[in-house]
Design a binder for this molecule. Structure first.
Ligand code: SF4
Length: 364
């Protein structure tokens, strides 16, 4: 474990991070794809931040950039006080050990030719200890931590003999065997049976509490984000459009896109099984050809004509750590709590339009 403590500041500080990819437009030219744009976010020690959004919103690229699996085009990622872009040699090796990932697909992320024990021991070959008996003890401990018991029996199995939930536990054991400080879990339960999902999430939560892990939980599932995360960041077209404590975001979503996502969440109540849900029209924009102004404007039922399609709204704090990037909540009124909690009068009509969209889901 590192020497970093909560008093030293955030474990992870993302500052103005942008990630662009380039795709070939013609033989002579390329065009940039803005996967992540100007994202700033701090993660405190032991905190879980869920990043939520549709496919293509940039959430996976953001997670990968915090692990330096992709390079930042602008801005920086500071891990325990060090800019990860400048890490080399032993410092980079140490970062690789302390920052781990769990990926979505436990079926393709584990080699079918290796036994579970060897899969979990593999990271130790690089990061130590070098002694084989110490490695074996660490593997058994990691398998027990993820509740694959009896551990010695599971260590001898091949991945194809395991269920999806058990394979994901092996992936978690591979990450945990290095005793990381920071974990990115990218859709860790989306490809496993519904019956195992809650168990895996509770397991991650338990491991986090034991080790004071800092967690970036990437998901499209707002319901699991609510239960699992301390804060939720909603991404759209590469930007964070809303960031708030989990309960506040679910109970009092301000951004029309977040409201639309919430309205689309299925309910367990069988009385509502035939209820029509409002769906936001249109498609997410092409990341290589984003609209000027707010990227959500072409789909937004509350768009303010003459403003939203021209100006990109800044992310401003409204109240209680609740931040929104939307012209319905202008920066000028954001510092005053009374005006910040309600939209500007100019935008009142537009806001009620968004509210109607939400309300139609409640009554429809
Ligand atoms: Fe974007 Fe305007 Fe809609 Fe807010 S009201 S989400 S700024 S289009």
């Amino acid at each position: 474990m590192s020497e970093w403590t909560a008093e030293d500041g955030p474990v992870l500080r993302i500052e103005g991070l942008s990630v662009r990819f380039y795709v070939r437009k013609s033989f002579f030219s390329e065009r940039p794809i803005a996967a992540v744009t100007d994202v700033s976010l701090d993660l405190a020690m032991g905190e879980t931040v869920a990043v939520v959004g549709e496919s293509g919103s940039g959430k996976t690229t953001l997670g990968r950039a915090t692990l330096r699996l992709v390079d930042a085009s602008d801005g920086q990622v500071v891990f325990e006080g060090e800019d990860i872009a400048g890490l080399e040699g032993a410092a980079m090796l140490s970062f690789r050990r302390r920052a781990q990932a769990i990926f979505q697909d436990p079926f393709s992320s584990l080699s079918p030719y290796m036994r579970v024990g060897d899969l979990v021991a593999e990271p130790l070959v690089i990061h130590g200890p070098s002694d084989r008996s110490e490695q074996e003890a660490a593997v058994i401990e990691a398998l027990e931590q993820v509740k694959l018991s009896p551990a010695a029996e599971f260590a001898d199995k091949y991945p194809h003999t395991l269920s999806g939930g058990q394979r994901q536990r092996v992936s978690i054991a591979r990450a945990m065997v290095l005793e990381p400080d920071y974990l990115v879990a990218d859709e860790p339960v989306s490809m496993i049976d519904a019956s195992s999902r809650a168990e895996i999430l509770y397991l991650l939560k338990e491991l986090q509490a034991q080790r004071d892990l800092t967690f970036l939980y990437i998901t499209h599932d707002l319901a699991s984000a609510r239960h699992f995360a301390d804060r939720i960041a909603v991404m759209y077209a590469g930007r964070i459009v809303e960031l708030a404590p989990a309960e506040a975001l679910i109970e009092d979503a301000r951004h029309p896109y977040t409201q639309a996502l919430l309205a689309a969440v299925p309910e367990a109540d069988p009385q509502n099984r035939l209820r029509q849900r409002p769906v936001v029209g249109g498609e997410p924009p092409d990341a290589g050809d984003l609209p000027t102004g707010c990227a959500f404007a072409p789909r937004c039922p509350a768009a303010i004509a003459g403003t939203c399609e021209r100006e990109i709204p800044p992310l401003v704090e409204l109240d209680g750590g609740h931040e929104v990037a939307c012209h319905l909540y202008p920066a000028a009124s954001a510092s005053g709590v009374s005006s910040a909690t309600s939209p500007s009068s100019d935008a009142a009509d537009s806001t009620s339009s968004a509210a109607r969209m939400k309300g139609s889901s409640d009554s429809g």
